[in-house]
Ligand binder design. Sequence first.
Ligand code: FAD
Ligand code: SIN
Length: 533
Amino acid sequence: MKTDFLVIGSGIAGLTYALKVAQDCPDKKVTILTKTQSDETNTKYAQGGIAGVMDFDKDSFNKHIEDTLIAGDGLCNREVVEIVVKEGVERIKEIIEWGAQFDKEPDGDFKLGKEGGHSESRILHHKDVTGKEMERALLATIAKKKNIELITHCFVLDIITQHHLGYLVTKSTTDIECYGVYVLNLVTNKIEKILSSTTLLATGGNGQVYRTTTNPSIATGDGVAMVYRAKGRIENMEFIQFHPTALYEPGVLGQNFLITEAVRGDGGILRNNKGEAFMARYDERKDLAPRDIVARAIDNEMKINGTEYVYLDCRHFSKEKFTEHFPNIYEKCLSLGIDITKDMIPVAPAAHYSCGGVKTDEWARTSIKNLYAAGECASTGLHGANRLASNSLLEAMVFAHRAYLDSVKNVENKKTLIAEIPDWKADGTSFPKEMILITQSLKELKLLMSDYVGIVRNNERLQRANRRLDLLHEETEALYEKTAVSPQLCELRNMITVAYLIVKSAEFRHESVGLHFNTDYPEKSDKIQNIVL
Ligand code: FAD
Ligand code: SIN
């Protein structure tokens, strides 16, 4: 199959890009691939909202820029921060034109929420299901575009480069080029080639590498692993953001329900098992300090008191006020017997967001020619060492737009490679006899990452993680060589690669900064820099 623009991922980044190129190039074919249902994405689960300067009487671009830089702890690229904050407002207006609805005050102004690290109220939201609303609006607009084809249940296995034509490609190769992808069509169970002169990677995050995460099961870091295998550049993978307040539900592993930071923005108070509002002991911004600080404080309280969770106290909210902004959270808690007007909500940190990823420039270009990356899988320089809440939906739209602007240049002259790309080699493989070899390795991976490479790290834990990853890598590669590919096996393999990148980057960083805290190097160094693998 050949297409003009190939998009991997149907979250906010992939859909925004697809819409824009399809609108601008109506005679070109745009193909979106997604590995499960069209809306099963991190985007769909976004709760708090999207940050944007809307009220210029109280707020300003400078304030949003400063808040982002402070959260990023010295590692943000200031130029990129300015681009995202300033261009973001235009992107928000566009998605509103495409039909996304954000809550409004009776006078018609947007209701603006507040979250940790923001000096002003600037979060547009649709109750507590903002991502679902944005995804809905994007998919509905895409459905009207005749030149877009969205193919679901299509698992991308690898990016095709010169390597597949028999050339030696290493990290030092300067002109690596992307010709398209190999995919496992989960409907036909066949492996196909899809060729394109332009590919956008929008594969989202990697929270599934950890035992507890707010991310859905699709978030397995496939895009980052594929680019690493293709010898592209990956940056700052050690900065994994743990959301301070995932709902604590014993026995729930896979995807933990989020209690949005906006609840603290509206006045929710964190308390330990003794009922103490502990955040004042850690930061003068208390419950609304940036996420790295709040998550570490909770982790510390849990360790000191020997508990598996702390509480979020919302008992002082009126039921009307809470249900108006957070109807979904209210219902979820009630379904578990937690009446938020009488009971405190048990919460604990969970892996939430990957600040690092595929290294991109200011036009979303990766180190591989004809391959762009946007959204959570990309490392643009916006987040530095810690992402400011609600900046990721904004970043995804801004860089999807920039990828579009760059990729439609000279579109008429772009040629899809016609040379013989070999078929996927599956000789000598057979279907796995037992899934336990995959599922047990996955359990081990998640446990070791949560126990050794979590919120607080040290050199010994990282070394142990490394040794265990080596063994998992060796066993999984051996299995991969002799087994017919399946999403489960490929995701395991990708997650091991992503875990390795997180551990390696963490080992290289001899300091504590933002989300990376290593007790053997508790200080921030004066020469802070990005780690590129
Ligand atoms: P996603 O939306 O995750 O989409 C990834 C796509 O890639 C999916 O379609 C998936 O199927 C596809 N894919 C992946 N691998 C493959 C493969 N191998 N083959 C084919 N397809 C593949 N951010 C905010 O700014 N504000 C918030 O309020 C907010 N709340 C959040 C709440 C939760 C619970 C979570 C989990 C995240 C939240 N975030 C929030 C973060 C934000 O939602 C994500 O960073 C963002 O939505 C990522 O968008 P994306 O387009 O990059 O990827
Ligand atoms: C939340 O609603 O707390 C999540 C916001 C984000 O991840 O940016």
